[in-house]
Ligand binder design. Structure first.
Ligand code: GLY
Ligand code: MN
Ligand code: MN
Length: 464
């Protein structure tokens, strides 16, 4: 259990474990002296803050005269005295450029200032002095410098962010807070992030490139995964290694679904054994240190070669994806690419005799979900945007999205011929809308049947 204990030098309680040894007065006095000044390491993350003033100005313009609070979020207990890793809220990261694990509890406040504008103030927990009587730096498991690393002091934080910084203790309780307007603020923050600037698109491309490397690692590692009783878990681990080595980690829990597990849209148990006669659906994305994530799916035969029936299903999904991608351009409605892909799927299912005809929405028994979403700091980015700006809106240059049709033919679906049951295929790519169409950001990973087989052949031949 973590007990909270008043620190000697301040009002905040220290997070101390019940198994931590008590500290004598002699030790306390000894710890308080003899430290040289230690500037913030030069390799401390420098946020890309050059774009953040304009972002804050756009938010400010939407809420004249209103005090706005955008919190980074709080640590969440995983169990006992262990917290989950911290990731700041995407809106906070976008407005401040701060993306690190040292942000819990921090709050960006836009204070109304002048007739229309706002002044930004960042309320944060600055580095705690070692000589002022506080024992935080060596005793506090959550925030102590010797436990979790050095935080910037207020001056350093101002230099890093270009924002006026104040101690978190000065924030206090907001007077007259109107929680009924939280939804409006959340919608605005989603909508302001819908169109990405060139730097953001470059970050997303970096995420896609690292993800491509992770997919290559997985294919190279298939012989070991096939030999392991929980091959899906092995695959998750291989991808996770790449994600953690190159970026902040995975942007969402990796879906490593073999055989009929692929018919579960978000299969993250990943505890299955791999059967070489089956397909593997891998849906995974690396999140960069700047917190932008890719979201890519490839479905591949674990033997390296598609069987005729696997190929039949795969090629229908691929045709649907091609139709969806062809519908992407500025000015098209967001729903167009989904409709285009689903038309191909409906017609294909009717041709196979699974559906009587291609009209209506009965194909959804086999496709289950919509076939794409915005992508950015969140995998399902800008999710709080109002329907008129997203779902019922039109595409704009600079928006990044996924196109990810799938067919999920459940193993116990009696409407299907036996040979189709238990096959799940999704093909998911990341695209940026351009001035006259869309650019495929994840094109380095093959999608055609021959392309997948050649890719796997080359990587498996090369060994791991
Ligand atoms: N990886 C979740 C999704 O594709 O939306
Ligand atoms: Mn997706
Ligand atoms: Mn996905």
């Amino acid at each position: 259990m973590t007990v909270h204990q008043a620190s000697q030098g301040g009002t905040r309680r220290l997070a101390i474990g019940s198994h931590d040894l008590p500290v004598s007065h002699e030790l306390s006095a000894f710890m308080a002296n003899g430290w040289a000044s230690s500037p913030l390491p030069t390799d401390a993350r420098v946020p890309a803050h050059s774009a953040t003033p304009a972002r804050r100005a756009r938010l400010s313009a939407r809420f004249p005269g209103e005090r706005l609070l955008v919190p980074a979020g709080e640590l969440k207990v995983r169990s006992n005295d262990c917290d989950y890793r911290f990731r700041p809220h995407s809106a906070y990261a976008w407005l401040t450029g701060l993306t690190g694990e040292d942000q819990p509890g921090h709050v960006l406040v836009l204070e109304p200032s002048g007739p229309h504008g706002h002044e930004a103030v960042l309320y944060l927990r600055p580095r705690c002095s070692r000589t002022g009587g506080s024992e935080e730096f060596y005793r506090d498991r959550r925030y102590g410098e010797f436990w979790v690393g050095r935080r910037p002091d207020l001056e350093e934080a101002e230099r890093l962010t270009g924002i006026r910084c104040a101690h978190l203790d000065e924030l206090g309780t907001a007077p007259g807070r109107d929680a009924s307007k939280d939804g409006e603020l959340a919608a605005a923050l989603s909508e302001l992030r819908l169109v990405k600037d060139a730097w953001e698109v470059a970050q997303l491309q970096l995420a896609v490139d690292h993800t491509t490397a992770g997919f290559n690692d997985v294919v190279r590692g298939l012989p070991r995964a096939l030999a392991h009783p929980r091959g899906e878990r092995w695959i998750e681990g291989v991808f996770g290694l790449r994600a953690r080595a190159e970026g902040n980690g995975t942007g969402y829990d990796t879906i490593a679904a073999s055989g009929a597990h692929a018919c579960v849209l978000h299969w993250i148990h990943n505890d299955g054994r791999l059967d070489p006669s089956e397909l593997l659906l891998l849906d995974a994305g690396v999140e960069t240190d700047t917190l932008y994530t890719a979201d890519i799916t490839r479905t591949m035969p674990l033997s390296g070669r598609f069987s005729p029936v696997q190929r039949q299903v795969y090629e229908l999904v691929l045709a649907a994806q091609e139709a969806g991608i062809a519908a992407l351009r500025p000015g098209a409605s967001f729903r167009d690419f989904h409709r285009a892909g689903m038309r191909v799927i409906s017609e294909g299912l009717a041709e196979w005799g699974v559906l009587k005809n291609s009209e209506g929405d009965l194909h959804r028994r086999y496709t289950l979900c919509s076939s794409g979403h915005m992508l950015g700091l969140d995998v399902h980015d800008c999710a709080k945007a109002r329907a008129e700006t997203y779902l019922d809106g039109v595409l704009e240059a600079g928006q990044v999205l996924t196109v990810e049709p799938g067919l999920y033919l459940q193993p116990d679906d009696e409407t299907l011929p036996a040979e189709l049951r238990g096959i799940g295929v999704r093909i998911e790519d990341d695209l940026v809308i351009t001035e006259n169409g869309a650019h495929l950001m994840s094109g380095a990973l093959p999608r055609s049947v021959a392309g997948i087989e050649d890719w796997m052949g080359a990587l498996l031949e090369g060994g791991s």
